[in-house]
Design a binder for this molecule. Structure first.
Ligand code: NAP
Length: 286
């Protein structure tokens, strides 16, 4: 049976470290304000935002909560971002995605000061990742790297397969594992479905981030492999599940993240860590 990677426990440790950093910065007169911007009334997004604001409270991060109507124009949103960019008390800006369809997400992300881009989505920060320079990293893959490290799983020399190539998970994940000297394969919707099982079987580290409930089954997994399930899907009964069929996978894997309780809590915790990092960056402490 696989070791279950406890994302909840690790996330609590990451939040504790972030809180200690924030307290230390406050003692030096540096405020670590986070602005959270929610446009529209998508219930899922509102739930995520509430959770992030709770995390801020726990970590001593002063938060500013901006709830804008779905009718907000591009100009109004860009103006708010510019105002927050110029606000010295705000070290991090998070615009909750997805935005209503009439708004240009790329333009909004690009307008955020890269040093305040605590989601790590800005082209400059992704460019820094490509070039191997320090910077704000996207929370989900950064949290996965923390989990691997905490469980003593060294990617160097290992075969890593990432299923999914989004800009927020799959692509940055592959770059981070590459930076740690893993050999990388990235599968996506055009990967030959007859080949996918074989590709997954080559993985010492398998990261599932395709958004298809329970697509990856036990027989697709190399015995002893580390399986990281990013998926947040609903099964046929509407129950939360991952992209990996946990019941069959845990019999084969060496270590595996559960859903819930794996990658999700770590993603949230890494946001807190990124706020502290952004504050240090803006104050010349990194
Ligand atoms: P996304 O933007 O929809 O990307 C999905 C990726 O999977 C795409 O690259 C797509 O390929 C690929 N894909 C689709 N069908 C495939 C197939 N049959 N075989 C192989 N690859 C396939 O999703 P995302 O934002 O990266 O999120 C992925 C999953 O993680 C979702 O379930 C999401 O809810 C979850 N998520 C969880 C967290 C967390 O904190 N736990 C954070 C972010 C996302 P193409 O590029 O060719 O379309």
């Amino acid at each position: 049976m696989a070791t279950i990677i406890d994302g909840k426990k690790l996330a609590a440790e990451v939040r504790e470290r972030a809180a200690a950093d924030v307290a230390d910065l406050a003692a030096r007169g540096i405020a670590c304000g986070l602005a959270v911007v929610l446009v529209g009334d998508d219930q899922g997004s509102a739930t995520y935002v509430r959770a992030k604001l709770r995390d801020c409270e726990e970590c001593g991060i002063p938060s500013q909560d901006y709830k804008l109507p779905a009718s907000t124009s591009q100009e109004e949103l860009m103006e708010l971002v510019q105002r927050l960019n110029a606000d010295a008390g705000i070290v991090g800006i998070l615009v909750q995605m997805p935005l209503p369809r009439h708004l240009d997400e790329e333009a909004v992300v690009a307008a955020i000061d890269p040093k305040k881009d605590v989601d790590g989505f800005h082209p400059e920060n992704l460019g820094r990742l490509v070039r191997g320079l320090p910077g704000l990293r996207p929370c989900t893959p950064a949290g996965i790297m923390e989990m691997l490290d905490a469980y003593g799983i060294d990617p160097a020399g290992k075969n890593a397969v990432i299923v999914g190539r989004s800009s927020i998970v799959g692509k940055p994940m592959s770059l981070m594992l590459l930076a740690q000297n893993a050999t990388i394969s990235v599968a996506h919707s055009h990967t030959d479905p007859r080949e996918l099982a074989r590709i997954c079987q080559s993985a010492d580290i398998l990261v599932a981030a395709c958004g298809i409930p329970k697509m990856i089954k036990g027989p697709w997994i190399k015995p002893g492999a580390t399986v990281i399930d990013v998926g947040m899907d609903r099964d046929e009964n509407g129950k939360l599940c991952g992209d990996v069929d946990f019941a069959s996978a845990e019999l084969v894997a060496g270590a595996i993240t559960p859903v819930p309780g794996g990658v999700g809590p770590m993603t949230r915790a890494m946001l807190m860590s990124n706020v502290a990092f952004a504050a240090k960056l803006q104050n010349g402490l990194i």
